[in-house]
Write a protein that binds this ligand. Structure first.
Ligand code: CTP
Ligand code: MG
Length: 234
């Protein structure tokens, strides 16, 4: 399926308000480089990715790195995640047929996860997303915190990025969302709202999103553990 041109949109235009600090979280140093650089380097190194569009806050003064061969454009993001996705989509190279959308806030991306998502694409679906099965009991509760029902955890998933879509459905669902005045922080939600089928593939539980300060410490530990594993294997 993926002899098709794959373009990755790397979203790094958020404010990182829940993490706080003097710079948005994607520019924090973690395990030797800025958070967004981790995903950027994985995308750059992946044989499955043909080109990259970077979405950055304005002005994109943080983007002063060495030239990367796959980066086709660095564009300014919008006020919401969905509008940042739209800015990235508007800058896609003409050849792009498959689009991988990834949050720079998930620095633990791996090439293996990218390949699993692309391998899951088929004409039966408009895209693939990584899902993590839940191991705890799942309850539905009222706003006041009282249990209302037990949910079947076999039917629910935690969903991450990267998310992979065929270009046409992604563009169409963005148009529909804008027309209907909907704004979604999850691209796959935008596609399912527009009536497209999305397939869940097994995600990577260590591909965590840095949202709050404790996540930064946890991400650093996972990087350490991965480095140790590589050493042991080598
Ligand atoms: N993002 C973006 N443009 C926005 C909002 C978010 O490109 N207007 C990106 C972020 O940079 C991040 C990803 O979308 O990589 C996921 O968003 P989130 O974790 O919510 O990051 P922030 O919006 O930056 O954080 P917060 O919500 O705490 O302000
Ligand atoms: Mg946010």
């Amino acid at each position: 399926m993926c002899s098709l041109h794959v373009t990755a949109i790397l979203l790094a235009a958020g404010k990182g308000e829940r993490l706080g600090g003097s710079v948005p979280k994607q520019f924090y140093e973690l395990a030797g480089k800025q958070l967004f650089r981790h995903s950027l380097d994985v995308l750059e190194a992946s044989d499955a990715v043909d080109s990259i569009v970077l979405v950055l806050p304005a002005p994109s003064s943080e983007w002063q790195g060495r030239p990367l061969s796959k980066v086709r454009a660095a564009v300014t993001g919008g006020s919401t995640r969905q509008s940042s996705v739209a800015h990235g989509v508007a800058a896609l190279p003409e050849a792009a047929r498959v689009v991988l959308v990834h949050d720079a806030a998930r620095p633990l991306l791996t090439g293996a996860l990218i390949e699993a998502l692309l391998a899951g694409l088929s004409p039966e679906c408009a895209g693939t997303i990584p899902g993590i099965p839940l191991e705890d009991a799942i309850k539905k509760a009222s706003k006041e915190g009282f249990v209302e029902a037990d949910l079947d955890r076999g039917q629910v998933w935690r969903v991450q990025t990267p998310q992979v879509f065929f270009r046409g459905p992604l563009e169409d669902s963005l148009r529909q969302a804008v027309q209907a005045g909907r704004d979604s922080a999850d691209c796959s939600h935008m596609l399912t709202q527009a009536g497209y089928r999305i397939r869940i593939v097994q995600g990577d539980p260590t591909n965590l999103k840095v949202t709050r300060p404790a996540d930064l410490r946890l991400a650093a530990l996972i990087f350490e553990a991965r480095a140790q594993e590589t050493e042991e294997d080598g």
